[in-house]
Design a protein around this ligand. Structure first.
Ligand SMILES: [Fe+2]
Ligand SMILES: [Fe+2]
Length: 300
């Protein structure tokens, strides 16, 4: 199905989901969650000292990647606008979503600055580099876009939630909980749209699921030292294959979208279904191996 037809047919669902999203939204304020009383000025010539705050390396990596990803919002917004346009309910949603995501980078940056959790010089240089390179996943069309954002919002929710669990600081935990709750609402919005798209264009959506599962990357690939941080994040169990399978692919792709039960598919989509199911199975196996290795390290 061509992009314009799908986007037009999804418009009533966008309107309905947007209405629900706005009606159930609870306003919150970054400044109320940030522990300002812990702040102190950097004196002239002072450099950041990691020893000022006790925090494991992987948690610092997660805060760094999560924050820089939120900072890269201009590119997500422009990609989503280029896929779905900026008119009607789609435009209202995209602008609202952009504003909500902006709140995440505000609260995270204020938190890491006040608590000295991250080196502010390295962080600012990395922000400049990240935004200047403007690297984000660019889904091939509207079907791919819906699959990607649904999976990515849920993955981001899980990453924020798991980062929060490893923070000892209750203020940090509360912030990560609040941001994760927003990401969950974004996930539900995009999942609703993807559900409607499956009704309208099941074969197109199945092809998109196959491509997006095959090429899925957590946001942040343009971040300085991304693979080093991603490995640390995986080692700490904040986000890895096992979590990707258990928290994303199994509940959303296999159970919610229930690929195996989809009917009326083209032969190409049938092949894509076989291929994606096989791939998910391989990801599950990789996840079990990762889990076994982690348990072995912990017991030794
Ligand atoms: Fe966000
Ligand atoms: Fe989000």
């Amino acid at each position: 199905m061509d992009a314009a037809t799908l986007i037009a047919e999804l418009e009533p669902t966008v309107e309905r989901s947007l209405e629900q999203h706005l009606a159930s939204a609870k306003e919150w304020f970054p400044h109320e969650l940030v522990p300002w009383s812990r702040a102190c000025d950097y004196v002239a010539g002072e450099t950041w000292d990691a020893g000022q705050v006790e925090l494991d390396g992987p948690v610092r990596s997660a805060l760094f990647v999560n924050l820089l990803t939120e900072d890269n919002l201009p590119y997500y917004t422009s990609t989503i606008t280029s896929l779905y346009g900026n008119d009607g309910a789609w435009g209202v949603w995209l602008r609202r979503w952009t504003a909500e995501e902006g709140r995440h980078s505000i609260v995270l940056r204020d938190y890491v600055t006040v608590t000295r959790a991250l080196d502010p010089v390295a962080l600012e240089r990395a922000r400049m580099a990240q935004v200047e390179c403007g690297q984000i996943p660019r889904p091939a069309g509207p079907q791919n876009g819906l699959v990607y954002v649904a999976l990515q919002e849920l993955a981001t929710r899980v990453a924020h939630h798991n980062t929060g669990k490893l923070l000892v600081d209750p203020a940090g935990q509360e912030i990560m909980k609040r941001v994760a709750a927003d990401e969950n609402r974004h996930y539900l919005f995009y999942r609703d749209l993807a559900d409607a798209a499956f009704q309208i264009d099941p074969s197109g959506m199945l092809l998109a699921v196959e491509q997006e599962v095959r090429t899925f990357e957590m946001p942040g690939t343009g971040i300085v030292d991304f693979s080093h941080h991603a490995k640390a994040i995986a080692r700490a169990g904040i986000y890895d294959f096992q979590i990707h399978y258990e928290k994303i692919l199994l509940p959303v792709v296999l159970r919610h979208w229930n690929l195996e039960a989809l009917g009326g598919l083209t032969p190409e989509a049938e092949r894509a279904r076989d291929s994606v199911l096989e791939r998910i199975d391989r990801i599950a196996q990789a996840g079990r191996r990762t889990e076994a290795r982690r348990s072995a390290v912990l017991t030794n």
